[in-house]
Ligand binder design. Structure first.
Ligand SMILES: NC(=O)c1ccc[n+]([C@@H]2O[C@H](COP(=O)([O-])OP(=O)(O)OC[C@H]3O[C@@H](n4cnc5c(N)ncnc54)[C@H](OP(=O)(O)O)[C@@H]3O)[C@@H](O)[C@H]2O)c1
Length: 324
């Protein structure tokens, strides 16, 4: 057994589950941070059996709820005296048109995929600082390529509260924007935590087979697309291996503030000059560069301040759901 502890959010399914198996098989203490304990217990048993490691623990965490996050972090602190690796894997991606709010009155995609992870990291920072080699990994997505379109922006006016206009809401678009925001938080966080020795990186996931349970959650037309993608996407264990390597290998020991692709190559900011059409096509189809929007310091700062203010302010009781 190793002395290292890893927290993986959403470890009951897909890539998170495959990562929990990998870390457990390598002798880590694995905390499966999941919102549905009843469903996740079976997965926990399965992971213990296949990894032959009984240090696979299940703790309740809803990354969309600040109250749940605070309870989880307090429970973690009362049981463990440090944290070595924090993997923000959980995500809300039920594509459709329903505009939904989190218990804290925040648009659900951003609450689950951006502000929740930010708060978890903030609350566990002291525990990470006690590790010899603390690493944080954010599960990003190649869906951010939509931001190569200069018209694409994060809609800061519609990240909290009731929907302000009658425009059709697209969860797909918001999922895309939330993954861009998570990448921007990665860059800013790496900078802010530099002196604490905490490394913060993001993996650009370009596809992994979706489980039957996940397929059932997405809207019917997306389900058809996902089933077709499942024919050629690699198994979740391929991405799980990347999670493991980025969070444990010497190769990434000093790396921070990077977006890493599915070949474990560091992606770059595109050159500032206007690219010609061929270069643009290469940027969109390849994985060498990410959209320039991600590196915009003003937007990074605006997002960082919003992360701070939303997670610090007193919580408002929201109405539960609203349809666009
Ligand atoms: N699969 C792909 O092709 C692909 C491509 C790009 C990026 N990604 C990213 O990779 C990560 C893993 O995706 P996956 O394909 O493995 O999907 P998945 O099998 O659906 O796993 C997502 C996990 O997140 C959990 N989750 C969702 N909302 C949560 C919340 N509020 N609190 C706690 N847990 C929550 C789910 O729990 P429940 O079981 O309770 O719902 C599930 O365990 C995600 O960040 C996703 O955006 C995946």
């Amino acid at each position: 057994m190793k002395d290292e502890i890893v927290v993986i959010t959403g470890a009951n399914s897909g890539i998170g589950k495959a990562a929990a198996i990998k870390f457990a098989a390598e002798g880590y203490t694995v905390i499966m941070a999941c919102r549905n304990l009843e469903l996740s217990r079976e997965t926990q048993k399965e992971i213990i059996a296949v990894s032959n490691n009984d240090q696979v623990k299940l703790m309740e965490l809803d990354t969309a709820s600040f109250a749940s996050i605070r309870t989880f972090c307090s429970a973690f602190k009362s049981q463990y005296d440090k944290l070595d690796i924090l993997i923000h894997n959980a995500a809300y991606m039920n594509h459709g048109e329903k505009y939904r709010l989190s218990p804290d009155n925040i648009e659900l995609t951003f609450a689950t995929n951006v502000f929740g992870p930010y708060l978890i990291t903030t609350l566990l920072l002291d525990d990470l600082k006690k590790s010899k080699n603390p690493r944080i990994l954010h599960a990003c997505s190649n869906i951010i390529k939509h931001f190569f379109d200069p018209k694409r922006k994060i809609d800061f006016d519609q990240l909290q509260g009731q929907k302000k206009d009658s425009k059709r809401h697209s969860v797909y678009k918001n999922y895309c924007a939330s993954k861009m925001a998570l990448l921007m938080v990665t860059f800013k966080m790496a900078d802010v935590y530099q002196n604490d020795g905490v490394k913060v990186n993001a993996l650009q996931i370009n596809g992994a087979k979706m489980s039957k349970a996940t397929l059932r959650k997405v809207k019917p037309h997306w389900r058809i697309i996902a089933r077709i993608q499942n024919l050629y996407f690699p198994s979740p264990s391929v991405m799980a291996q990347h999670y493991f390597d980025i969070c444990t290998s010497d190769k990434f020991e000093t790396i921070t503030g990077k977006l890493i692709d599915h070949k474990q190559k560091m992606m770059q900011q595109p050159p500032s000059h206007n690219p010609n059409v061929i270069t643009q096509i290469k940027q969109i189809t390849g994985s060498k560069v990410y959209p320039a929007y991600a590196a915009n310091p003003e937007i990074q700062e605006k997002l960082w301040e919003l992360c701070n203010s939303l997670t610090n302010k007193n919580m408002v009781t929201p109405s539960s759901e609203q349809h666009a």
